[in-house]
Ligand binder design. Structure first.
Ligand code: BES
Ligand code: ZN
Length: 453
């Protein structure tokens, strides 16, 4: 595809400018004050299709709009559905950013901004791969459908409903998603597994008002102490979750998979040094990669209650609360985790307080078969653009909608992330390598040719 690659090289600077334009829109789906910016981001995506003379639809949802577009029909050719999300995570804590989150800046070969890697930069590679074909050849060798949503970071509720109600419109042979990572710099990957999630908020409620901790301490259950005990009781000393039945449906790792993971060039020391911690913890009997990719976990994401101001205040708080999640693996069912969690909470809750559990969201984990022709097509496209065959990885993060695509459309996902583990996803100074941005565009364009074979 010399002409298409040349087009991509010749337009590289403009692609970067457009990426910056996209990144300047603060499309934080969780922030109700930024609704107009969400609409603006959807319009920006739709405009990318309009420039190629396609007719995108902006589809409203109860939350933020989605953008849908399709290319002219190529009879007899396969259909790929490209999924991505234009929404981003909140940018706090703002003071930790070297440059403002919505003022994209080039630094050390990266573009630094909220959404750079998750997922604006990655999703744009597919829009530019499409552009290259349309402007060089005037047509694509396969059928492409695009669904770009604005609610991935808050649960994909609108898209979920849309897929169920409009499975005909989205019918496809495979779903292409770039919303994850390569294995390491210079080591591209095809991802065949994602973890699922079950996310909760727990309130521990005690006396009817805050109390003097001297007058009352020791005679009344302290909700903050109780919360600490409950959370601590959800995991044992071997790092295993103590919910009854939690591991019953976990698909065990095969010897072959363990061997393949062990053969990946992963440097544990370097991994921990990079994040500034001095060693590994986790479930006994598993390596760090196995723990991150293939084993379920429990993590507190936020915790509050009692006095948080300056200095000391001797108070026994009337309530305390936490947000926490379990990352799940195939074939754990988030609904069953919720049932087991309630049983375990009843065991762990001490007398003198009561608990209120809010089930925030859940999604099962994903495993895609490695023997599909689509995987091989992706491997060839990646080799063309990155100069080396991809390794096969699983990832610890979740893309809940992948399961819905599978269940409703019968289509497996082709997970080809262009990011890196240290991209600061959901964290200050999020970045995306510009070299990978351009390689991702080339791989995307090549993929359409490979899928047509
Ligand atoms: N892009 C991530 C998912 C991801 C992260 C894939 C790391 C592979 C590696 C996505 O935008 C995300 O953050 N998803 C959430 C889902 C949650 C809100 C249900 C996640 O994993 O926390
Ligand atoms: Zn994402």
């Amino acid at each position: 595809m010399p002409n298409i690659d040349q087009y991509i090289e010749a337009n590289a600077a403009r692609f970067e400018e457009e990426l910056c334009e996209f990144l300047r829109i603060p499309s934080v789906s969780a922030d109700p004050a930024l609704r107009d910016d969400m609409q603006r981001a959807a319009e920006w995506v739709a405009d990318q299709f309009r420039r190629l003379k396609l007719t995108p639809e902006i589809i409203p949802t109860a939350g933020h709009p989605m953008v849908y577009a399709e290319t002219p029909v190529v009879a007899g050719a396969p259909t790929a559905l490209v999924y991505g999300h234009y929404d981003v995570q909140p940018s706090d804590p703002l003071e930790k950013w070297t440059t403002p989150p919505f003022e994209p800046t080039r630094r050390d070969g990266n573009i630094v901004a909220r959404g750079a890697t998750d997922d604006k930069g990655q999703l744009l590679t597919h829009l530019k791969g499409l552009e290259a074909w349309m402007n060089v050849e005037g047509r694509l060798p396969i059928n492409l459908k695009f669904i770009i949503e604005g609610e991935e970071e808050v649960g994909s509720h609108g898209l979920e409903k849309f897929i169920v109600e409009h499975s005909d419109k989205l019918a496809c042979d495979c779903v292409v998603i770039s919303d994850g990572s390569q294995f390491a710099p210079g080591v591209p990957a095809v991802t065949y597994g994602l973890r699922g999630i079950a996310y909760y908020e727990l309130h521990v409620i005690g006396p009817n008002r805050d109390l003097h901790s001297g007058s009352f301490g020791g005679s009344v259950t302290n909700p903050a102490n109780a919360l600490a005990g409950i959370l601590n009781g959800l995991i044992d000393k071997d790092g295993r979750v103590t919910i009854p039945g939690f591991y019953d449906d976990v698909v065990p790792l095969s010897d072959r998979e363990r061997k393949e993971m062990a053969a990946l060039p992963f440097d544990e020391k370097e991994f921990f040094a990079q994040i500034g911690v001095d060693g590994a913890i986790g479930e006994a009997g598993y390596t760090v990669l196995e723990r991150r990719w293939t084993r379920p976990t429990f993590d507190v994401c936020g915790i509050w209650g009692g006095y948080q101001g300056e200095g000391a205040k001797t108070v026994l708080p009337s309530r305390a609360a936490a947000k926490f999640s379990f990352r799940l693996v195939p074939n754990q069912d988030p609904a069953e985790v919720s049932v087991g969690l309630k049983t375990r909470l009843a065991e762990l809750c001490p007398p003198g307080v009561k608990t209120e559990l809010i089930d925030l969201h859940g999604a099962p984990g994903v495993l895609v078969p490695l023997d599909s022709p689509y995987i091989e097509a992706a491997a060839r496209a990646i080799e063309h653009a990155f100069g080396r065959r991809p390794v096969f990885t699983r990832e610890g993060g979740s893309i809940p909608i992948v399961t819905t695509f599978h269940q409703q459309l019968g289509a497996d996902a082709l997970l080809i992330g262009w990011g890196q583990d240290d991209d600061n996803t959901h964290s200050p100074n999020e970045k995306f390598s510009l070299a990978d941005f351009h390689r991702g565009i080339k791989a995307s364009a090549k993929l359409w040719e490979e899928l047509s074979k």
